[in-house]
Design a protein around this ligand. Structure first.
Ligand code: FES
Length: 120
């Protein structure tokens, strides 16, 4: 399996187990409460590719999920902040529509190990 690496806004990779790839719905997202440094992380998945972002909207610096753990995603392309509906691309966290258009989620560099764990 391949994993995506983010060059922009990324944090140091430390081998922290976030979840298994199979724990993330294909075309959807999963919130991991205990990410690197104890901070919550959103893992998004499209097929065998995954990306991860700090669960913090660049608009008001609040978590993207209003109901804990519930992140809306559309067409396996974008995830949405529950507060003011900003849309962020899976592959780079860039906000393509909404009140913080042009900003981006903070990326977390991840890889997938041989056992299917998403490591950050
Ligand atoms: S807090 Fe996320 S769009 Fe406003």
């Amino acid at each position: 399996m391949d994993a995506s690496r983010l060059d922009q806004h990324s944090v140091q990779h430390s081998g922290h187990r976030l979840c298994r790839v199979s724990d993330v719905p294909d075309g959807g997202a999963r919130v991991v409460v205990e990410g690197p440094a104890g901070k919550p992380v959103i893992v998004v998945r499209r097929g065998e590719r995954v990306w991860a972002y700090a669960n913090r909207c660049p608009h008001f610096s609040v978590p993207l999920d209003f109901e804990p753990g519930l992140i809306s995603c559309y067409r396996s392309q974008v995830l949405m902040c529950a507060h003011h509906s900003a849309l962020f691309r899976f592959e780079d966290g860039h906000c393509i529509e909404g009140p913080c258009a042009g900003a981006a989620l903070d990326g977390v560099t991840v890889e997938i190990d041989a056992a299917g764990w998403v490591l950050a």
